[in-house]
Design a protein around this ligand. Sequence first.
Ligand code: ADP
Length: 626
Amino acid sequence: MEKREFRAESKRILDLMINSIYTHNEIFLRELISNASDASDKLYYNALKNGSTGLDRNSLAIDIKLNKDDRTLTIRDKGCGMSLDELENNLGTIARSGSLDFKRENEKKEDIEIIGQFGVGFYSAFMVAKNVKVVSKAFGSDKAYCWESQGADGYTIAECEKDDNGTEITLFLKDNTEDENYDEYLEEYKIKSIIKKYSDYIRYPIKMDVERSRKVEGKEEEYETYIENETLNSMVPIWRKSSSQLTDEDYNNFYMDKFYDYEKPLKVIHSSVEGNATYNMMLFIPSKAPYNYYTKEYEKGLQLYSNGVLIMEKCSDLLPDYFSFVRGLVDSQDLSLNISREMLQHDRQLKIISTNLEKKIKSELLSMLKNDRENYEKFFKNFGLQIKFGLYNNFGMNKEALQDLVLFHSSSQNKLVSLEEYVSRMKEEQKYIYYASGESIAKIEQLPQIELLKDKDYEVLFLTDDVDEFAIKILMKYNEKEFKSISEGDLGLETEEEKKENAKKSEDNKELFTLMRDSLKDKVKEVRLSTRLKSHPVCLSTEGGISIEMEKVLNQMPNDQGVKAQKVLEINANHPIFNKLVSMMDTDKEKLNNYAQILYTQALLIEGLSIEDPVAFSNAVCELMV
Ligand code: ADP
């Protein structure tokens, strides 16, 4: 069967394309400057190819002219220019890219940095212009042509005069509307800021005549204006330089300038990568968390460049949430300029880059932890909470990546330690990684449950942030060693003999514990003989995975579901109070009941929990005193 060609309504395609690809008008300038830069590159490479070496890149400046009277903006390059055919083919055919062809033809050339390849950037001019005039003369030709178009209705081409090779594009700006002020693009400051934002690292100078004022010589208080041809871009992207060419100061200034921080970064990660993705990156870890870091307002992301041209200010796909504190940029020649946000998400290159970045950030942090402890602790003070959230989030999906980056306060070292360090110090017979949670280190220090562990010289991790215990529960184990709360379950501290002895004691005093539990009704699940106390008479422990600290955290949440820890009141059989309780059992059940209440309330106080009836407690204590 005969194959037919699709017909397309060029007007609609043009509309569709312009309006769906770009969200900001201002990027028309980025597109046209990128084209000018490509044209200059082509001239330069062709010259090299033909054996000429004398061409200086700086002589290929891109000029911008603003004319307020005519409401025009002109962009001129001294690049390869376009022949009659090329004007027809490249500007007359939507989605046709001469640059892509050029790239293909010169595939194996090193250092080729052509930006364009989609063949649509040029048309973004119609977002701001009602008429676009292109005057171009191909290098080596003696004829110049003028291409002109009002957009979708088509274009005209005619021969015209032009002295040098290259292209001059004049935009006749649209009339202002209620929503859009196109006059903006006739203002120096606006053009400067757009160029700084998107095209700062174009490697040809972008020049514009700007008005300046100066003192008239010899005269007080008299000023005159004059015109200066200013270069608007800084041209050399500092991330393309090798780190040996850069000083700490270069990095610091660049960071503070570019990312609006008034403090220098804590750490710089700068490298260029080749492989299944080719890119340069310069990443920074800030010294301090931004004031809004732990709020919804904070937006993560890295700047994304394609060949030095900014594609996106904050590309969030480049960073996992748990490294959202990282600032910086990625520049890759593998990415296309006019790719939309939605397309980027599925970009294979971008995925490879983000996976690499994640690994790199992690390994840099680990090496900082090993070799630059002081700075790592500074880092952890600011961003440790984020890492711990990362451990906990997504059901612990990222625990492998993050478990070596967390630090907790250690009872024996009295400083922050990593899990690896803890495990390396574990005693031979020690079964668990012990932890205790509480409001502050000082408060945990006073918990009665900790005494026995300290006696045995076991290290205990002190968990003081709300998220800590949740993160530990998700981790469950580190290096095959199970985590154990000092307030839950069997701590594994007794010898076989002690175990037998305690089991017998528990059995012998079963009635006492039952009586006490009954008097405390549903306040506790059980009253039991303690194996975790040394000098204190009582403590609370829990069963079932929700600790007292977790209960506190959950109850503060806006969507509090009234989750309760299952509490157990533990009694120290080696404390004199124990014998007293035993004796009361036969003589005075009423008194035993009072004692149970008092002991339970004491245990609540020790845990930092509020007591249900402070007046009753006070009365009960007074009664004992008199
Ligand atoms: P792209 O740059 O993605 O290829 P454009 O629509 O911006 O797409 O441009 C289409 C083609 O027009 C370019 O590929 C290039 O061949 C040609 N072109 C555009 N601007 C210029 C210029 N200033 N000088 C020479 N050729 C140009």
